[in-house]
Design a protein. Structure first.
Length: 225
C-alpha cells in the first residue's frame, strides 16, 4: 500500500507514538498545511474510504450461548484462555474501544495502538488516542495501521461501538462461551446471509477458565454498503 498525502502530513506534524485527539490534532495538521480546506476534507474522506477497503476491519468479541457480552461494566466470566487468544489476535494492531470498555480494562493495552471513542473533551490518558466517533476512530486507526505496517484494525467493544462498526466490518472473531449467563449487554446473532464461518478453534476449559469456549472466525459474504 502506498502512503497518501494525509497520513504523511499527519505523522510529519504529530510524530508516531503520540497520544492524539482526533478533531484537535487533525486541525493541527490542517493548520500546518500544505492542505487547503477542500483538499483536507478530501484527504480525510480518502482515509476513511481506504480504511474500509484496503485494511481489514475486524470485530473481536466473546459471546455467551444466550448472546450476553457484558454485565455491570465488565465481563460476566473469567476466561484466561480467551484473553490469551485476544492478545495474540490484537497484538501489533490498532484497537478501537468505547470509554467504558477502556475503563473496565483500566490501562492501555501494550503493543497496540489504543483508540478510545468518547465525546468527553477532558479525556486524556498517556498512550491513548481519543476520537468523538467510530468513523473518526477508523480513520485514525487506518493511519496508525499504515505506520505499523498492520493490515487489520480490531474493534474490541463495547456494545455500542460494535453496533456502529458492524456494518463496515470485514471479519468477526467470535468466541462462543459455552454457558448461559445473566448480563446487560448483548451481541445480536449474525445474519447467515452476510457472514460465513471460515475457521473454528476449540478452547477447552482450563484451570483459570469458568467455561469452555470456541473461537469462530467469520468473513463477510457480500460487499459492504
Amino acid at each position: 500500500m502506498q502512503p497518501d498525502p494525509f497520513s504523511l502530513q499527519f505523522w510529519t506534524v504529530l510524530g508516531p507514538g503520540s497520544s492524539l485527539r482526533c478533531g484537535r490534532d487533525w486541525q493541527g495538521v490542517r493548520d500546518a498545511r500544505p492542505f487547503e480546506d477542500d483538499e483536507f476534507a478530501s484527504c480525510r474522506h480518502h482515509c476513511y474510504a481506504i480504511a474500509m477497503n484496503e485494511i481489514t476491519v475486524s470485530l473481536i468479541v466473546a459471546v455467551s450461548e444466550n448472546g450476553v457480552i457484558g454485565r455491570d461494566g465488565g465481563l460476566p466470566w473469567r476466561l484466561s484462555s480467551d484473553l490469551k487468544t485476544f492478545r495474540r489476535l490484537t497484538m501489533d494492531k490498532p484497537i478501537i474501544m468505547g470509554r467504558k470498555t477502556f475503563q473496565s480494562i483500566g490501562k492501555p493495552l501494550d503493543g497496540r495502538d489504543n483508540i478510545v471513542v468518547t465525546r468527553d473533551p477532558s479525556f486524556e490518558v498517556p498512550g491513548v488516542s481519543a476520537c468523538d466517533t467510530v468513523r473518526d476512530a477508523l480513520i485514525l486507526a487506518r493511519v496508525l495501521a499504515r505506520t505499523r505496517g498492520a493490515e487489520e484494525i480490531m474493534v474490541i467493544g463495547g456494545a455500542g461501538v460494535y453496533d456502529v462498526a458492524l456494518p463496515v466490518a470485514d471479519r468477526i472473531y467470535l468466541t462462543r462461551v459455552h454457558a448461559v449467563v445473566e448480563g446487560d449487554r448483548h451481541f445480536a446473532a449474525l445474519d447467515a446471509s452476510e457472514w460465513i464461518e471460515v475457521s473454528r478453534e476449540e478452547l477447552p476449559k482450563g484451570p483459570r477458565d469458568d467455561h469452555a469456549s470456541t473461537l469462530y472466525v467469520y468473513d463477510r459474504r457480500i460487499a459492504k454498503a
